[in-house]
Design a protein around this ligand. Structure first.
Ligand SMILES: Nc1nc2c(ncn2[C@@H]2O[C@H](COP(=O)(O)OP(=O)(O)OP(=O)(O)O)[C@@H](O)[C@H]2O)c(=O)[nH]1
Ligand SMILES: [Mg+2]
Length: 422
């Protein structure tokens, strides 16, 4: 493990520094770094040239040597100039929060699309910081085509052009891959099944809830996703069909978690993956209720949802990990549900809430399905609430409540006037 010296600046406007400190440590750990110490400074304004004060820079240098740190990590996005100056002064690789998150993402990325997205975000972030990043890159063996030998202006210009070229190539490939996913997603959309998305701060328990839901509904083991006590365990979006009971089926998607100060490039890069969230009919907003900072995390999640243009989608607030708190669970209070995904407490209640939300927008109608279209009847049995069924000469006549989408889809079978023989 690399030994990391963490540097943390407390600005006046920051309200919760303890959370931010813990989060920085967790990020370093998720990057397989060992935090050896944490240096702090209170400031009103950051130093333009060094981010921290020059006296503090000396302290960082000394401590980095004494503790034999391999690198220094700052808890914010450093400007290209700050990065360059700090790197020079400290004589060791300097990373900022964004680089750290990018590094974690690049380690976790498994699918072709995720890998491309992270690579583009990394290169875009690196471009203006090329000079300052030289040492940090050579630490990784210089695999990105940037060497720190003979870093003259000319060489720099060459590197810059190379990187720009690489970015546009990657973006082209990304478009291709995106189209494939788009096709799959369209097929899911066309199926008309209710789409539910798990959303929340990183480590809140989204993947655990997905797995518990699969187990609860006796779905196959092999369909499980990775759950782990680590920031950003999940990077790619996984969609699973959940058959809650014979009358209720929905699609559940698990995706990348949110974090405060999520690098802008990364949000943009992952926007296409997060499209799944935008298309959802219902959001399960998962909160780690045991985390002392759950309120701040909830705020960040809501802000990110707004940025994504998904703030209007109805949500159920899942106060998870309540088994670690002093509350009786399960408990449903309005749009909130207190439960434990890990222990499987509150699953029935959650499914009921999902069903209730789903049925909110249902329309009441009457349909007559021809016998030849038995599959439509089976579909509606799963997707709608059938209140009455009569077998008549013309077909199966049903009184039901269904989604507007299904009403439109089967408009040809809808009977406008009440039938006299019913
Ligand atoms: N005690 C307790 N622990 C839980 C519960 N739900 C999840 N956990 C633990 O929390 C940790 C994170 O769970 P994940 O499901 O991986 O969290 P996530 O939201 O998918 O996280 P990312 O994919 O990293 O964004 C794991 O160690 C889980 O075992 C719960 O209800 N109670
Ligand atoms: Mg996860």
């Amino acid at each position: 493990m690399e030994r990391a010296l963490l540097v943390f600046v407390h600005l006046e406007e920051d309200t919760d520094t303890e959370q931010a400190r813990e989060e920085l440590k967790a990020l370093a750990l998720a990057c397989e770094m060992e935090p050896v110490a944490l240096i702090e400074q209170n400031m009103q304004l950051v130093n333009k040239a060094f981010y921290i004060g020059t006296g503090k820079v000396e302290e960082v240098c000394r401590l980095a040597d004494t503790l034999d740190a391999d690198l220094v990590v700052f808890d914010d996005a450093l400007s290209p100039m700050q990065l360059r100056n700090l790197q020079k002064a400290v004589g060791k690789p300097v990373l900022d929060r964004t680089t750290l998150i990018l590094e974690i993402f690049s380690r976790r990325a498994k699918t072709r699309e995720a890998k491309l997205q992270v690579e583009v975000a990394r290169l875009q972030y690196m471009l203006p910081r090329l000079v300052g990043l030289h040492d940090a890159l050579s630490r990784q063996g210089g695999g990105s085509g940037v060497s720190n030998k003979g870093a003259g202006e000319k060489k720099l210009e060459l590197d810059r052009r190379k990187i720009e070229h690489r970015i546009s190539e990657l973006q082209k490939e990304l478009k291709e891959v995106g189209r494939e996913r788009e096709t799959q997603s369209k097929q899911r959309n066309a199926s008309g099944i209710l789409k539910v998305a798990l959303v929340g701060y990183t480590n809140a328990g989204k993947s655990t809830l997905m797995n518990r839901m699969l187990a609860h509904c006796e779905m196959a083991e092999g369909k499980k996703v990775l759950e782990k006590d680590m920031l950003f365990a999940t990077l790619e979006t996984t969609v699973r069909k959940i058959r809650a009971d014979k009358n209720f089926t929905f699609l559940l998607s698990d995706t990348v978690g949110f974090i405060s100060k999520l690098p802008h490039h990364l949000v943009k890069a992952f926007r296409s993956t997060l499209e799944e969230v935008k298309r959802a009919d219902l959001i399960l907003l998962v909160v780690d209720y045991h985390d002392p900072y759950y309120k701040e995390q909830l705020k960040v999640t809501q802000e990110t949802l707004r940025e994504l243009g998904a703030a209007h989608i109805p949500a159920i607030y899942v106060y998870n990990k309540a088994d670690l708190c002093d509350v009786r669970i399960p408990k449903v209070a309005g749009q909130r549900i207190y439960m434990s995904a890990k222990q499987g407490i509150g699953m029935e209640e959650l499914i009921e809430e999902i069903r209730r939300q789903a049925q909110k927008g249902y329309v009441s109608c009457r349909m007559c399905i021809p016998f030849a279209r038995g599959e439509v009847f089976s579909y509606l049995k799963e997707q709608a609430v059938i209140e009455r069924t009569d077998y008549t000469a013309e077909g199966i006549r049903i009184t039901l409540r269904c989604r507007q989408a299904d009403y439109d889809k089967y408009a040809e079978y809808v009977e406008k006037a009440p039938s006299p023989n019913l």
